[in-house]
Design a protein around this ligand. Structure first.
Ligand code: AMP
Ligand code: MG
Length: 498
């Protein structure tokens, strides 16, 4: 069988959009994991990808003649400070593949060797961050949240040198596109309006085609990207996800979650929670994510200004009008997430109060985020013919409430609301089960899988991937993955994945 072909729509853009660079071969590639279902959705043969030729491609050791590999240029605001040139320092875009619906997807090798954007970096990735991104991005996809995907993880057979030597690996990442707010900032900061126009056209054609017909396509693009993030962030909040490094170079134009560096999921709920070792000020804390998304979108708007109107005044007014819609769009979407998490038929002030009272109690008592919401399934009042359920106090204690009585009295209010809505208990249970996952990628389980993988034991990693593929099913085989960490297992800090 022949090597697959790739389209090169991004590589076909002018030279200043990228650097042509081939991956640097590695010593001894070995397949760690292949995502066969994802491969098939892109028309790639999993059998071939798992063959020695396939693994050589996934390692960057053998690139077909027809491929035009590039590292993408971009800039970005990191923790609020602008860097005019970042770019793919260790990722190389092989090109694009189409899914069955004809949509283009980038296929990128991350950790494939140095590029002209590497600065002091080695262009490589350690096995830990690679497996972490594999687990978390695939878990996000299974949770139904827009995200880049993991097609494969390959061991390089070479060490990478961080604080200590670590086994190296390469992740094959798939995305609707790797265009970021930082890509636009790269050209805007250089005053390159021509490139900006091309980038707008490219982004519209690929990601937001409806904007093409608008009176001002760039404004319609901005509106579409704003809308995508106004619905993305509520989905993060709904599963307790903390991105950890919401810089503009990690803010995707497609509205996908991208860059799984120091990300983490809440165990105990607290809106001020951060994990990243470098986020000293809590800029990217759980509860700050909506505000940061708006801030990043404002940076995006600034890059588009020349295309938004004839006068500066008109440009700013047009951008501001769209930005002003972020907050209401976010609120609408977040309210709907809360409605579904509580199994309510509608959301009104009383429903919102119910939601915020629960969250406040969880924060105060450090209840487990995922387990508390999942436990609601069990707390729905027994219907006719149902066996009586466990005492809510017992359930509250099990999910981490230090005062289970507080949880039980909240449950009484919630049940009254459900009675008022005249929903059938079995319907409420089914909808709660479909929204509140039993399992999320717990930080301590990821750590455990990484530690084992460094010693060549991939079983915990494989089990994690498998156990998170159907996160809404009760599955006794994976009961351990649903459990909250014991106090000594709690992960308090995560690190940028380099
Ligand atoms: P990130 O923190 O992953 O968003 O990366 C920020 C910038 O650092 C990007 O330009 C990356 O390509 C670059 N970078 C991160 N790690 C490495 C590495 N090991 N070698 C070269 N560049 C890197
Ligand atoms: Mg990044």
């Amino acid at each position: 069988m022949a090597a697959p072909s790739f389209e090169s729509t991004y590589a076909a853009l002018p030279e200043r959009f990228h650097a042509r660079i081939a991956p640097t071969p590695v010593a001894a590639p070995r397949l760690l994991r292949l995502n066969s279902a994802l491969a098939e959705s892109l028309g790639l043969d999993p059998g071939w990808l798992a063959s020695p030729e396939g693994v050589a491609l996934l390692a960057g050791n053998s690139i077909p003649e027809s491929v035009r590999p590039v590292a993408m240029a971009y800039a970005g605001h990191q923790f609020g400070n602008f860097t005019p040139q970042l770019g793919d320092g260790r990722a190389i875009l092989l090109g694009e593949r189409r899914d069955r619906a004809g949509r283009l997807f980038d296929v990128q090798l991350k950790g494939a060797g140095p590029t002209p954007f590497s600065r002091q970096g080695d262009g490589r990735a350690a096995i830990g961050p690679v497996l972490r991104e594999y687990v978390v991005s695939e878990a996000m996809a299974a949770l139904g949240i827009p995200t880049t995907r993991a097609l494969a993880a390959v061991a390089s057979g070479e060490p990478v040198y961080r604080e200590t030597p670590l086994p190296g690996a390469i992740l094959t990442r798939v995305a609707r596109s790797h265009l970021r707010v930082g890509t636009f900032e790269f050209f805007a900061s250089r005053g390159d309006d021509e490139a900006l126009r091309m980038l707008v056209d490219y982004a519209i054609e690929r990601l937001h085609p409806d904007a093409a017909g608008a009176e001002r396509p760039a404004l319609a693009l901005f509106e579409a990207v704003m809308g995508a993030h106004a619905t993305l962030v509520p989905q993060w909040l709904g599963v307790g996800f903390v991105h950890g490094v919401m810089n503009t170079d990690n803010t995707s134009i497609s509205g996908e979650t991208i860059d799984y560096g120091p990300c983490a999921f809440l165990d105990a709920y607290h809106p001020g929670q951060t994990f990243s070792s470098i986020d000293h000020a809590g800029r990217y804390a759980y509860g700050r994510q909506p505000g940061i998304a708006a801030w990043n979108l404002a940076r995006f708007a600034e890059t588009l200004l020349p295309l938004l109107g004839e006068t500066q005044e008109a440009q700013i007014a047009a951008a501001q009008a769209v930005l002003d819609r972020f907050e209401p769009r976010f609120q609408e979407s977040w309210r709907d997430v809360l409605r579904r998490k509580l199994g309510l038929a509608r959301i009104d002030d009383a429903g919102l109060t119910l939601a915020s009272d629960l969250l406040d109690a969880m924060a105060e008592q450090r209840a487990d985020f995922t387990q508390t919401f999942r436990a609601l399934v069990e707390c729905v009042e027994a219907g006719e013919g149902d066996a009586p359920g466990r005492d809510p106090r017992e359930i509250g204690a099990a999910v981490g409430f230090s005062e289970p009585e507080a949880f039980a009295s909240w449950i009484a209010r919630w049940r009254a609301r459900l009675r008022e809505e005249e929903q059938r208990p079995e319907d409420v249970r089914a909808s709660l089960r479909a929204v509140n996952p039993a399992r999320i990628p717990r930080n301590h389980r990821i750590e455990e899988a990484i530690v084992a993988a460094r010693e060549d034991d991939l079983r915990p990693f494989e089990r994690l991937v498998e156990g998170l593929a159907r996160p809404f099913d009760d599955d006794p085989r994976f009961e351990d993955l649903a459990r909250a960490p014991e106090p000594h297992e709690v992960v308090r800090q995560t690190f940028c994945g380099t």
